[in-house]
Write a protein that binds this ligand. Structure first.
Ligand code: TRP
Length: 470
């Protein structure tokens, strides 16, 4: 019996029964694996370096780190605690907890925002995942060995200029994601990732080692860590805030869904902290691997979305055993993107199952195919439609392609909006006792978090929004 159609089940009955029925994560580690699997992905390795380059480096990185610590981490804790408290799928959990407090189930909107965001993000995420798939072949075939920066750049522009090849790899990536979601075999993949993720970490370390010895490491370190606020625009602040949500997989109720499986005796604060630290570490390592190569080869830090595909292949082409390391790196990148892609599709599929009564295979096929089709618009933005800016008449969107708009609208509008709703829910809608019990923090730590989630987070997100819209 599902709680939604059981008029008679009381809130506490529903809560008591829920976790037992759904099974719990075997341990705190299993939750951390799933949550890091979702968090660590293209956002860390592909997006973080290129937006850092576009937004001038140090000052942007500092604001980004502040957003992770002061906005992202508290919201992640809020998502996990709502999920664990509710013990059901996000929409159900919000309804259950809110109903007890006699509040309108308007909080379904969080679920709707999440489903829409997942849809739009996955459509272009899969296209970039496809780039990674394509580069496995490029690296394995030895094409990168001893290449110049120009030659490596040309390999990338050739890929972008070829819609059919992009479509092929986008299709492969989407099929990988759909396969796992349809079969519901995520657990197996997550176990595999417990080996592969450290592997990715090691390969990033190797790339950083190469960059230290052969690149302009000192310049890269000062670019990344010496803030120059004259280079940071207000839109850069919005991008940093949006990326904090994107990289931690927040604002879409994903962490809420995972939290519903977390055993009661596990500290939400510590586990959220662990996930945030790993996620940030991977992003910073990617930056340290890429920027020394950018500076050593006279490349442009603000080169845009192609940045890692124009720099890391150069390093792999020059280091000993580079074809092997390069191939491994892109394979591991695919795995990182794969687990993230799954966490984007899964909520949509669950939503279709719950709301529309469709079975898993049909929901996955339906949602996946529509997402895939939408991805074609992003593919064309890279070549045939590269001059097409649908909202170009609005100053803020000048020159933005469909791909740019999807990225902007999801990371900078939808996810922060979802996060804002979560903060308001945890800070104002839930009872303080419930929240306090769930977090089980010491007095001062709890008060710090509570003040942050009630006042600081909503005000900060709203302020950045309003400032940018004006
Ligand atoms: N965090 C992932 C990355 O950095 C992307 C992602 C996966 C995501 N699931 C999400 C972003 C849910 C927002 C919400 O690549």
């Amino acid at each position: 019996m599902s709680v939604s159609d059981s008029g008679s089940a009381t809130y506490s009955e529903a809560l008591e029964g829920s976790n037992a029925k759904r099974g719990l994560w075997s341990s705190r580690l299993a939750f951390i694996l799933a949550a890091t699997g979702s968090a660590v992905g293209l956002g860390n390795i592909w997006k973080f370096p290129y937006i850092t380059g576009e937004n001038g480096g140090g000052a942007f990185v500092l604001v980004y780190l502040l957003c992770i610590a002061a906005v992202g981490l508290p919201i992640m804790m809020a998502e996990v605690l709502i999920g664990r408290r509710g013990g059901h799928s996000p929409v159900q959990s919000l309804r259950l907890i809110a109903e007890r407090d006699r509040l309108k189930p308007a909080w379904r909107m969080v679920g709707a925002v999440g489903v829409l965001a997942g849809f739009l993000i996955l459509s272009f995420y899969s296209v970039i995942g496809g780039w990674a798939v394509s580069y496995v072949g490029t690296a394995a075939s030895g094409q990168l060995v001893g290449q110049s920066a120009e030659a490596v750049g040309a390999i990338f522009s050739n890929l972008l200029g070829d819609p059919l090849t992009l479509l092929l790899w986008h299709t492969v990536f989407m099929a990988l994601v759909m396969f796992v979601v349809a079969k519901g075999v995520r657990a197996g993949l997550e176990r595999a990732v417990s080996i592969l993720m450290p592997g990715l970490f090691v390969l990033l370390l190797i790339a950083v080692g190469y960059a230290m010895t052969s690149g302009e490491f000192g310049r890269a370190v000062s670019f990344l860590f010496q803030p120059d606020f004259s280079k940071l625009s207000t839109s850069g602040i919005l991008v940093a805030l949006g990326h904090a949500f994107f990289t931690l997989s927040l604002g879409m109720a994903v962490m809420m869904a995972y939290g519903s499986y977390l055993p009661k005796n596990v500290s939400i604060a510590k586990t959220s902290m662990a996930v945030s630290v790993i996620d940030t570490g991977v992003a910073l390592l990617a930056g340290l691997a890429i920027f020394p190569i950018v500076f050593a080869n006279g490349l442009e830090p603000g080169a845009g979305p192609g940045l890692i595909f124009q720099t890391l292949p150069l390093a792999f082409g020059q280091m000993p055993m580079g074809s092997l390391f390069g191939t491994l790196f892109f394979v591991l990148l695919i795995f990182a993107a794969w687990t993230s892609g799954i966490s984007l599709l899964e909520p949509i599929v669950e939503w279709l199952e719950e709301r529309k009564g469709m079975n898993r295979t049909a929901s996955t096929l339906g949602a996946g195919v529509v997402c895939w089709a939408l991805g074609i618009a992003s593919i064309l933005s890279l070549n045939l439609w590269s001059d097409f800016a649908p909202l170009g008449s609005i100053a803020m969107f000048e020159g933005k392609t469909i791909f740019d708009l999807l990225d902007f609208f999801t990371a900078n509008i939808l996810l922060p909006l979802g996060g804002l709703l979560v903060a308001v829910f945890a800070g104002w809608v839930m009872s303080r006792e419930a929240v306090e019990k769930e977090l089980a923090l010491s007095g001062p730590m709890f008060r710090l978090w509570y003040l942050t989630i009630r006042y600081f987070t909503p005000v900060a997100v709203a302020a950045v929004f309003i400032y940018n819209l004006m």
